[in-house]
Design a protein around this ligand. Sequence first.
Ligand code: ZN
Length: 399
Amino acid sequence: MYISATRAAIGLSGLRAPLLRSVCTSRLPGGRGLSMMAENTPEEVVFNQPKIELHVHLDGAIRLQTILDVAKRRNIKLQASTKEELAGIITLQEPFTLTRFLDKFAVYMHVVAGDRAAIKRIAYEFVEDKAKEGVIYVEVRYSPHLLANAKVHPIPWNQKGGELTPDDVVQLVNEGLREGERAFKIKARSILCCMRHMPKWSMDVVELCKKYRNKGVVAIDLAGDESLNCEAYPEHRKAYEEAVRCGIHRTVHAGEAGPASVVREAVEVLKAERIGHGYRTLDDKALYKKLLAQKMHFEVCPISSKLTGAWNLEFTEHPIITFMKDKANYSLNTDDPLILNSTLNDDYRTAHTHMGFTEEEFKRLNICSAESCFLPDKEKRELLNTLHAAYGLIQTTAF
Ligand SMILES: [Zn+2]
């Protein structure tokens, strides 16, 4: 950390009392059900200060209404005609297995994939939604291949072949994010995902990262089934080696549902600079100690970890609490708010209500997030200055 003093004692001004609604933590961790409360009811904000979000999937953050609108325009039949009906099919209320969770994407991805206007729209609306949550900088991730219908094998989601390539997808997302940034006055960058089960896409992904590195793309990610390791799929390793060679930033989903060895591989083989989730790191004490000393950044997602079944005990026993107590370097994120029917505020509320997070810790973790974001140094410094000013903190050491 680079803060040695606070201008004033950190009060509780931005930390509102938790909602009075009682929740069963094993079912509705964010305190929300299928009533679409985020869209219809103003919710009390737990940490009413500027925030950073580093781990959220664009295709897991689409508005229900947008899916309905695009399906209607494209004449695609869905099993639902209202937001409530669609939510009933897409969103989770009870913990699933990660595999069943991933099946949810198949309900709607064929609606938006391959459609130029839809892809640009979801990127634009994503920025608006994040601005409303008080996010001032977000890194949003997606697989360009999973939104394409040309130059991708196999063509995903049972689409017919078309003309939209992964390269076109990246351009459209960049445009949508850029227009969103202008309209909603926040900063948005993107991370391109390799998929563990599709190793032959990975070199494409790193090439797209290189091509668009000055146009909004800041890093590469590896997502999907953690049981598919890089020994069996060397293409991922080659893509990450190229990323290292070219100075492309790197994050990897690891230690979410998979064991600590996946985290070790991410760090040692793939040279990850950040770890997506990383909860299972705690099972390997030596590795955890080493990563703590290195200030490795963990992108944690409390509600997601519960509903995907990655963490199946109570929130009060969650590894995130250990990260907090050890003053680890981590961020607080939504992951897939569409499927989880959650907002960033729900994750903050969960951390506050069930894990004992204070306003001071929320500030600390957002400073950590800014320090570990993938912006160039100058922009990172500006972001840190903005947070320090907003939080009433004095920065005595230059970043
Ligand atoms: Zn994720």
